[in-house]
Design a protein around this ligand. Structure first.
Ligand code: COA
Length: 431
């Protein structure tokens, strides 16, 4: 596994209030430069202030590389375009979690291992029955994921590499059953057990939709799902992954850390955007398809409305995942003979936004969530299940990032500073 140490650079100087701090600098394998400011407060009394960690790297990582200016995304060095067109989701999961693509034998063994752990005990799945029928699946999945730790309670110590290996497999193998259980609960349907001999994507669709033994998943559906899962598999230090790492930095176990990542993903500014995009498109459709009105609302700060599925903290040119998904969207709908008027609305909306100076100047482009929902809909996945689908895809990334941090052994507990702006000391006066 390639995990090169960053190359030291020339020290930088920070001069503040007449005090000088020599900061070590270093460069990553893709030439990203960093300044180590960990001694800044001790030497000068200052801390850095960085709203939203927009300019902060709390870690080095050898998993995923992202160049937002040039629209590059690579898992372990492999371009996302190549992985998306030539791999399966489990190959990519193996790559993220182990550092290299599996050989044929390794892949077969990995698939077998996943298959042998894919069943979740029915007594545990009864957990879903306590929720209201309309419960959001992301809430149920958060609870179920942390709940899994109770089954393996004696084997969750993050310091034990063998336990980590087992728990990584268990999570990846069992999350499809949990996701399908959340869906079936909302539909009021009986849960369906996983079926041996099916690939990961087919088995998931089987647990979601099978009504009888004759259910089989068309190959175009398997291909579309596989593609979406790969595109969502990792995205370096995004909000949910940083959450997984932050929680894990306290030595919380893998299940607890990933469950926290699921809650972070739920927000509409992160993974919840895929659901929000679909709701926005439906709203536009109901409103007679008035694109100009939507664009005007998104530009009006007082409206509190943003164009969902647009903009990204890091991508400032294009999101390579969105490009792939847009092409796939057309293909999937065509092969499945589906016409979805929301796709036309989405395309018109994109076209109008990309011509508008507001979006051009702020470098706002469609992101991964803009077109993914239209594919999910074609696969008959309902809108409130879009974000769980994102979580299903992101699982190997969360696991890989947590594993890298824990096994690296150098991460300190995440504990940011603040600048206090409340009352200064005052006395309590009674009576
Ligand atoms: N619609 C309208 N305006 C947007 C916008 C959008 N989708 N995204 C960003 N902007 C505007 C902001 O209001 C801000 O304007 P200002 O400079 O006049 O204050 C400017 O563009 C910069 O955006 P900012 O919110 O500072 O960027 P960020 O890096 O903090 O946030 C996102 C990134 C993704 C959270 C943000 O673009 C967003 O909310 N997008 C919609 C939700 C979404 O699709 N999320 C999925 C991300 S994969």
């Amino acid at each position: 596994m390639n995990n090169t140490k960053p190359t030291p650079g020339k020290p930088a100087q920070i001069i503040v209030d007449g005090k000088t701090l020599e900061c070590p600098t270093f460069v990553g394998t893709e030439n990203e430069k960093a300044m180590d400011i960990s001694k800044l407060r001790d030497s000068t009394g200052y801390v850095t202030f960085d709203n939203g960690y927009a300019n902060t790297s709390p870690t080095t990582s050898s998993i995923t590389y992202l160049d937002g200016d040039n629209g590059i995304l690579q898992y372990r060095g492999y371009p996302i375009e190549q992985l998306a067109s030539q791999s399966t989701f489990l190959e990519v999961a193996f790559l993220l979690m182990n550092g290299e693509l599996p050989s044929k034998t390794e892949l077969e063994a990995f698939e077998k291992e996943i298959e042998s752990h894919q069943t979740v005990d029915e007594s545990f799945l009864k957990f879903f029955d306590i929720f209201p029928k309309k419960a959001h699946p992301m809430a149920m999945l958060t609870g179920a994921t942390v709940g899994l730790s109770t089954i393996y309670q004696t084997e969750v110590d993050p310091a034990n590499k063998d336990f980590t290996k087992k728990n990584a497999i268990r999570l990846l193998a069992q999350f499809p059953a949990l996701t399908a259980a959340a869906y079936r609960h909302g539909k009021g349907e009986k849960r369906v057990a996983p079926k041996k001999g099916l690939d990961y994507a087919s088995n998931f669709m089987h647990m979601m939709f099978s009504q009888n033994d004759s259910y089989s998943v068309p190959k175009e559906i398997v291909a579309a799902l596989n593609l979406l899962l790969i595109l969502h598999a990792d995205h370096e230090q995004n909000c949910s992954t940083s959450t997984v790492r932050l929680v894990g930095s306290s030595a919380a176990n893998l299940y607890a850390s990933v469950a926290a990542g699921i809650t972070a993903l739920w927000g509409p500014l992160h993974g919840g955007a895929n659901q929000a995009v679909m709701e926005m498109l439906e709203e536009i459709q109901k409103d007679g398809g008035d694109i100009a009105k939507t664009i005007a609302k998104a530009k009006d700060k007082a409206s509190g409305f943003k164009l969902m599925g647009f903009g990204h903290r890091v991508y400032k040119n294009f999101d390579p995942r969105a490009k792939i998904i847009k092409v796939a969207c057309d293909q999937v709908l065509k092969t499945m003979g589906i016409q979805n008027p929301l796709l036309d609305i989405a395309k018109k909306l994109e076209e109008a936004a990309l011509k508008d100076t507001y979006f051009i100047e702020k470098k706002l482009y469609p992101n991964v969530d803009f077109y993914s929902g239209i594919i999910y809909s074609a696969l008959k996945i309902p809108t409130d299940m879009f974000t769980p689908m994102f979580a299903l895809g992101r699982m190997p990334g969360w696991v890989a990032q947590w594993k890298e941090m824990v096994e690296g052994g150098t991460t300190k507990i995440g504990r940011p500073r603040q600048i206090y702006t409340g009352y200064t000391k005052r006395d309590l006066k009674r009576g």
